[in-house]
Design a protein around this ligand. Structure first.
Ligand code: GCO
Length: 448
């Protein structure tokens, strides 16, 4: 595959932010530093849930190697770093007395970013729910969003004056639906009532956290949703409707409440009966004004209608080349989501692509695992989509690559490699891949 050059920084608007993203549990090493247990530890320890029952106890040992990792971010010429804070590291029981080592870790990390001229872009919750809250039902329990707001207030109090941007929750779709309906993520439930309550309480937690952060004077607050373009598997009207249901559930179930203060009708037809009491009264909190919206985008899906209870759709394979995750490579979906979201929901609110990237397996004949032309080609095609959205007038202000490091890919363990930087999980050595060097060349204005 020919080495594709990446568009230079000068091909984007002045001030356009380039960054890279990670998350706490996926890279830090949750066994270090007094972090409390999370529902991912118990999910991984349950046979059959996670590849090789791998967990985040060591991960990339970012807890100890954070300075060298920040050097890699600065060395690539990134403007910002989208990291996440572990709730269970700071509040091992989910509430009560903070872990001093946890507070000190994020102090070091954020100050380390500022010293290197990197803008800290924080996500407060990227899926590692403290076990003590999981034990009382997690996001099914209304207590959890309340405790999350307390956590957000603590973050605002300790770090708010140093954060460039802050989003309460990463991907409510994954936190609520993939975790309680599909069962593929912790806590691994498959229950429509649990799902409805988790969907609503995650959105409520978002709104309460935004209010708590504003109360601490923290600005530049946003939300981060993950979107998948839904194609009907055929022109059969049943399949067209199946794709519309998938689009409503995967994409509009969160954008609707955040921007319209309502769930889509196609969602209510399945979840309406199971939503918590007084749900209609809480959109005022959920719809807290935002300063920006982040879109995480990877792929499209193809849906067919199947018999059975709501939502009665099933995925079908598509014709496009796929990544190591078996996800079709569909950059047009990024362009079209950026345009559609602006037109239908966010208007002139600044948008960021807060995650985009691919899993690429180690190529034969490349023992170093650093030759990743497929990642360079993927980034090139999606940066082209970004440029097309900008040309269409989308108020897009930045783009973050998922991810800096090969890391813990949740239920797939460490086998799926998303990093710009290769991690040897035996030695934990980092080695920048060809894509890191290609991005560095494109981003560093000094040409070094
Ligand atoms: C997500 C999460 C990341 C994943 C990445 C690859 O978008 O699912 O934010 O934690 O690792 O997207 O699946």
């Amino acid at each position: 595959m020919a080495q594709t050059a990446l568009p230079p920084r000068s091909a984007f608007p002045e001030g356009f932010q380039f960054g890279t993203a990670t998350s706490a549990y996926q890279i830090e090493g949750h066994g270090f530093g007094g972090a409390g247990p999370t529902h991912w530890d118990s999910f991984a320890a349950t046979p059959g849930n996670v590849e090789n029952a791998e967990n985040g106890a060591v991960a990339c040992d970012h807890y100890h190697r954070w300075a060298a990792d920040l050097d890699l971010i600065a060395g690539a010429g990134f403007d910002a770093y989208r990291f996440s804070t572990s709730w269970a590291r700071i509040l091992p029981d989910g509430w009560g007395t903070p872990n001093p080592d946890g507070l000190a870790f994020y102090d070091r990390l954020i100050d380390g970013m500022l010293e290197r001229g990197i803008r800290p872009a924080a996500t407060l919750y990227h899926w590692e729910l403290p076990q003590a809250l999981a034990d009382i039902g997690g996001w099914r329990n209304r207590e959890t969003p309340r405790r999350f707001a307390d956590f957000a207030e603590l973050i605002g109090r300790n770090y708010g004056d140093r954060l460039w941007s802050t989003a309460p929750i990463n991907e409510p779709m994954c936190v609520a639906w993939l975790s309680h309906f599909d069962g593929m993520l912790a806590p691994g439930m498959r229950d429509i009532r649990a799902t409805a309550r988790a969907v609503h309480h995650v959105l409520l937690g978002h709104g309460l956290a935004i209010a708590a952060l504003r109360g601490q004077g923290v600005g530049n607050l946003g939300a981060v949703v993950n979107l998948e373009w839904a194609h009907p598997a055929s022109e059969n009207p049943e399949d067209v409707q199946a794709a519309a249901r998938y689009d409503a559930i995967y994409n509009r179930m969160f954008l609707g409440p955040l921007f319209e203060g309502a769930y889509p009708d196609l969602v209510l037809e399945g979840l309406g009966l199971h939503l918590p009491e007084r749900w209609e009264d809480e959109f005022g909190t959920i719809r807290a004004p935002l300063d920006w919206l982040g879109l995480n985008y990877y792929t499209c899906k193809r849906l067919a209608s199947v018999p059975g209870p709501w939502p009665h759709y099933a995925e079908r394979p598509g014709p496009l080349p796929v990544t190591d995750m078996e996800w079709e490579i569909y950059p047009d979906g990024l362009r079209d989501f950026l345009i559609r979201t602006t037109q239908e929901y966010s208007g002139d609110l600044p948008l960021y692509v807060t995650e985009n990237g691919l899993a690429a397996g180690q190529r034969t004949g490349d023992p170093s695992g650093t030759e990743d032309p497929s990642r360079i080609a993927y980034l090139a095609s999606h940066l082209e989509a970004v440029q097309a959205a900008l040309a269409a007038g989308v108020p897009l202000k930045g783009y973050f690559v998922w991810s800096l490091l090969d890391n813990y890919e949740w239920a797939l363990g460490y086998a799926k490699r998303f990093g710009l930087v290769h991690v040897d999980f035996d030695t934990l050595d980092r080695t920048p891949k060809a894509s890191y060097h290609a991005l560095r060349q494109a981003l560093r204005q000094d040409g070094t």
